[in-house]
Design a protein around this ligand. Sequence first.
Ligand code: Q9C
Ligand code: ZN
Length: 749
Amino acid sequence: MTMVGKSLGKNFKDCDGKVAGKSQRKVGLIYDETMCKHDTPDGEVHVECPDRIRVIWEKLQLAGVTQRCVVLGGSKAEDKHLQLVHTKKHVNLVKRITTKQKDHRRNRTASQFDSIYLNGGSSEAAYLAAGSVLKVVEKVAQGELDCGFAIVRPPGHHAEAGEAMGFCLFNNVAVAASYLLNQRPDLGFKKILIVDWDIHHGNGTQKMFWKDPRVLVFSVHRHDHGSFYPSGDDGDYNMVGEGPGEGFNINVPWEQGGCGDADYLVAWDHILIPVLKEYNPDIILLSAGFDAAIGDPLGGCCVTPYGYSVMLKKLMEFAQGKIVLALEGGYNLESMAMSSLACVQVLLEEKPIQCSSGTYPLESTRRVIQVVRKRHCMYWPSLADELSWKLINQKTPTPAGKLSSCLPIPSSLVVSHESVSGARIEGHNLTAFPSLEPRSSIHLFHHSHLSITNKRKAPGSGSTSSYVKGIEFEDHITFGKKTSSKENRELRYTFSAASDSLMASNENLKNLSAERNSADAVLHTVEELKSLLAARDGELEARRQELNTKTKELEARLILDSARAKEIHGLRAKIESLMREKDEAVATAERLDKKLQENRSRSRLKNEDMDSEDEDMDSEDLEPDLETMSQELKKYMHLDLEKFKKDYERYIWELKKERELAITAAVITTRYQVCRKWKRQGTLSSELKFAADVYHKLRSLVEKGGKSHIYCAVEVYEEEWKKIVIPHHKPKSPVSRGKRFFPNSHRMD
Ligand code: Q9C
Ligand code: ZN
C-alpha cells in the first residue's frame, strides 16, 4: 500500500514546483453560506451542524486552494429534477418546510422520519445542496470543468424516493446522476459510477438505481452484521441489484469499526478498481462523507487524509478524471476539513501523495473482501482470481529512520502515540515517525470491539478551535474491551492543527536527502522484485486460466453425455411401453374377434330355430356389446401408433359391415318366417313365395362362401319386398328412410 503511494508520488514530482494558479486542471468548488441556515430548531447541539461546511471552506481558503479552483455559488434544484428520483409528495413536503411554517409543525414533520431535524432554513438548504451538486456535475459533464467538489449540506445518500432519513432530505448525488442520464442525453453520459465512502451505507442511492445498469453503485461502509446505522440487510454484500441492474450494486460491508487506510485500499485494489476497469464509467460521482475519518465520533474508523487522497487519486485514473465529490457525512470538524483539503489538492494534482501510515488491514477485512469478490465474480470476471493474502496482509517494510525520511510527510496530519499528555504539535519530531509502528497487526491484536469515548462538548457549541482541541484530548478511539493504557497510548491518534509546524517538518525532511536516496534505492529494488513477482504471477495465472477452460470444457461434455444417456433411456422406456400397448391391443382384438364369432354363430342359431314371429333379433344384445368392445378397442387405438390405428379402424369397419350383413340375413329370414305364419292364416301366398325364394337364394349364397354378395342381393330384395308387402301391410310407425339396414326396419306387426 505504501508502494501505491510511492508510485503515485512519482507522478507528482513534476508538479512540485508549480506556481500557484497555473494548474491545468479546472477544479470546481461550490460553497454557499445559505446552507448553514439548516440547523436544529431550538439550538440543540447536533453532529450534523452548520460548522461542518464552514470549517471545510475556511480550511480550503487558509490553505490557499480556493484561489486555484473555479468557485461557484450555490443553485437551487428544480422540482422536476428532484422528481427524477423522489416522489412528488416528498418534494412538496420538503418545499413546504418554509420559514412561514410554525416550529411545532416542522417538528412534527421531522418526527415522522428517522434521524431528521428541520428548521426554517432546511428547505432552502436542501434545494441548494441538490442543485449545487447537479450544477458541478453538469459543468464537468459539459467539459467546462475537469472535476469538482460540492461542499453541501444537508447530506443526501440516506434519502429515499419518498423518505428523508439519516440527516438527509434530498439525495443530492442521485438527483445529479439521474439528471445526466435522463435529462441530458445530448451530453452522451451512459455509464455513471457512484462511489460512496461515507461510513454509513448509502441506502437511498442503492434503492434509486437498484434495477438500473446505467449506474454502478459502490458503497463501502460499516455494517457490523446489520447493527450499524442504517441497520438491517440493505447494506449486505448480497445486495447486488436486480433485473437489468443485477451486479451493478456493490456493497463492501465492514464487520467492525477500526478500519483505516489499509482496509480501504485493499477494498480499492481488490474490488473497486478491477471492477472499474471492466465497467469503464463515463463519469464518477463520489458520495464523499468523511465520517470514516480518524477521530470521527460516529464512524469509529481511522482513515487519514492520506488514505482519502490515495483513494481519490486512484479513481481519477478513470472516466478521464471526470469526477465530482459531494459532501455527505463527516462529524469531526478538523478531521473532515483535513481530509477535504487533501482531496481538493489531489483534484488540483498539486499535492504530493503522502506516505501510508503503514498499517495492516483488519483480520475481518480479509473475510469481507473475499466474500464480496466471490459474490460479484459472476458479474465482474476479474474478481474471480485467487488473492494472494500473504502479500496483502504484509505490512510494507518500513525501516524506521530510513524510509520514513524518504517519504513525503503528511503536511497537516501528525499521528502520535503519545497523546496521553494531551495535544502535542510536534511536526518536526518525525524521524521516529510513530505512525509507521504497527497499528493493529492482525498477528498481534484482535479488534473485538471498538468504542468511542465521547466526553467532549458537542460540536456546534462553543468555538471551532476549542472543539478541535477537544478531539485531541478526549475523542480518542480505543480498541478491545480491555485496553491497557499502553495499548491505548499506541492506538491513540492526535491531530496537529498547526500546518506551520508541518511546513517546518517538510523542510526538515528535505534536508535528509541522503537518506532519501538510499531509501529510494531500497524502494527501487522492491519495485523490481515486485515486477518479477507480477510476471511470475501472470504466467501462473495464464496456466490456471488454461486449465480452467479445459475443466469447463470437460464438464460441459460430461453434462451433454449424461443428458444424452438420459434421453436414450427415456426413449427406450417409451418404446417398451408402446410395445406392451401394442401387444395388449392385439390381444384385445383377438378377444373381440372370438367374441364376435361366438355372437354371430349364436344369433345364427337362434334365427334358424326361431318359430315365434314376434321375437326380435338378437341384435340388441349384440349391439351394446359390440359398441363397448369397439370403444375399448378405440381406447387402445388412441395411442399414437398411427399404423395400428388405421389397421384397427379398418378392422372395426369390417366388423360393422359384417354385423350389418348378419342383420340383413336375419331380416330376410324373419320375413320369410312371418310370411309362413301368414300363409298358415291363409293369406299372402305371393309374398311367401317371394320371401321363400329370397331366403333360399340367400342361404345358398352364404353357403357358397360369397358373403360379400349378400349386400347387393339385399338391396334388390328390399325394393321387391316393398312392392309386394307395403300396399297390403302399412307399418304403424314410419320407417326411417335414411337407414337402409336399420336393425328394426323389418319390424312388422
Ligand atoms: N440511533 C450521514 O452520515 N444516526 N448520516 C442515528 C440513531 C444517524 C448519518 C442513530 C446517522 C446518520 C449522512
Ligand atoms: Zn455517514
